[in-house]
Design a binder for this molecule. Structure first.
Ligand SMILES: Cc1ncc(COP(=O)(O)O)c(C=O)c1O
Length: 397
């Protein structure tokens, strides 16, 4: 209807559309009583590995476990530092800490909002070398850096050619945080397109319900080409056992629920179509919004096919714009209002305002517009009209 509220995210409609298939998946799970592990988990792992173009996929309980297990299984732990970005959901950094490692930040690229290869290069060039390991020493932690952890934020793959070649120069592992990038593609200099999850030593995915591929509850996965990493994650997620009650290492209860795996198999079949719908909606937004003065629309380079987990614009008056849209029944989001390095829980790390200028500038201007597969052209027109009305009103006062 013309004046119905436009949600930031509509999770109800796709579930209504898939209701029969999902209920059937649930019924099968009840009938087999295979609730933990079993054919649904293995089936999903096989299918998602193939989808991402990785040799292995290991289902885990959530995306935070996926990042943590990817790091741990790749040999990152106490005494190591990991370089990541502050413009991310806090789970990226929680997982580094939970793996026992220390976090180092570099700034983001002002156009893609992902890790800036230039900032990474500058940062690593400026570091002293640890005589024991030959690796660069982190500026905050003083610990030798072992891995670089780019985040494919909002559904756009970070500049992986540049990041992996810089990391290789210093002998560092690359682990992808692909929690927002199911199906996002990147073209390497050899001109091959690959999906998120196929670039680093390992990659972490979240299936939190609002993700492009979301469970009907919690879920996560790690993709990797490394058989040993996959084997170790299978143990880490299951109390450190490869054989029941023989615990070779101390692990966790971090398994992917079998019912969620069954739901994810149903939804995986629709992911490409959903992503295409999001890309089409992003193109329509871009067409109109890029003409509005003071509004910056998402940038996609020729080497990127983003899947628009979020459609994030930038404008100086984003809070007022958000309020204005809300008054018109258009709901927006903020991802994320405070960069991780300025969060209270990391106060003792000693970062202040100005530590990562691009991250901080972007954080102050971003606004996430409604974006989901069923978003209609009419709804988008109303969002765009709300934005252009606000901008004209502001420019005449
Ligand atoms: C970039 C990023 N990393 C990690 C996570 C953690 O995933 P989960 O919420 O499934 O633990 C998320 C999820 O929101 C995320 O967006």
């Amino acid at each position: 209807m013309a004046n119905d509220p436009i949600p930031f995210l509509d999770l109800v409609t796709p579930h209504r559309e898939l209701e029969e298939e999902l209920v059937e998946a649930f019924r099968q799970a009840l009938r087999s009583a295979a609730f933990v592990g079993g054919p649904q988990v293995e089936g999903f792992e096989r299918e998602f590995a193939a989808y991402c173009g990785a040799r292995h996929c290991v289902g885990v309980a959530n995306g935070t476990d996926a990042v943590r297990f990817a790091l741990m299984a790749s040999g990152v732990g106490p005494g190591d530092a990991v370089v990541t970005v502050s413009h991310t959901f806090i789970a990226t950094v929680e997982a580094i800490s939970q793996a026992g490692a220390g976090t180092e930040f570099v700034d983001i690229d002002e156009r893609t909002y992902c890790m800036s290869p230039d900032a990474l290069d500058r940062y690593l060039r400026g570091r002293k070398t640890d005589p024991a390991t030959g690796r660069p020493l982190g500026s905050r932690t003083g610990m030798p850096i072992k891995a670089v952890l780019p985040v494919h934020l909002y559904g756009q793959v970070a500049d992986m050619d540049a990041i992996t070649s810089i990391a290789a120069r210093y002998g560092l592992l690359v682990i992808e945080d692909a929690c927002q990038a199911h199906g996002a593609e990147y073209r390497s200099t050899d001109r091959s397109w690959r999906r998120a999850g196929a670039f680093g030593k390992a990659a972490a995915f979240s299936f939190y319900p609002g993700k492009n591929l979301g469970a009907c509850g919690e879920g996560g996965a790690v993709t990797t080409d490394d058989e040993q990493v996959a084997k170790t994650i299978k143990m880490l997620r299951d109390h450190g056992q490869a054989q029941k009650y023989y615990h070779d290492l101390e692990g966790y209860n971090g398994r992917l629920d079998a019912i969620q795996a069954a739901f994810l198999r149903v939804k995986l079949r629709h992911l490409d179509a959903w992503n295409e719908t999001r890309r089409a909606a992003a193109a329509r937004y871009g067409e109109v919004l890029s003409k509005i003065p003071g509004v910056i629309v998402p940038f996609e380079s020729e080497t990127s096919r983003a899947i628009y987990h979020l459609y994030v614009i930038r404008t100086k008056d984003r809070s007022e714009l958000g309020d204005h849209l809300k008054s018109q029944g258009v709901f927006t989001g903020l991802h994320y209002p405070v960069p991780v390095h300025l969060q209270k829980c990391y106060r003792e790390w000693g970062y202040g305002a100005g530590s990562f200028p691009v991250t901080e500038r972007v954080c102050g201007e971003i606004l996430s517009l409604p974006m989901f597969p069923g978003l209609t052209e009419d709804q988008q027109k109303r969002v765009a009209a709300g934005i252009s009305g606000f901008v004209s009103a502001v420019s005449t006062t």
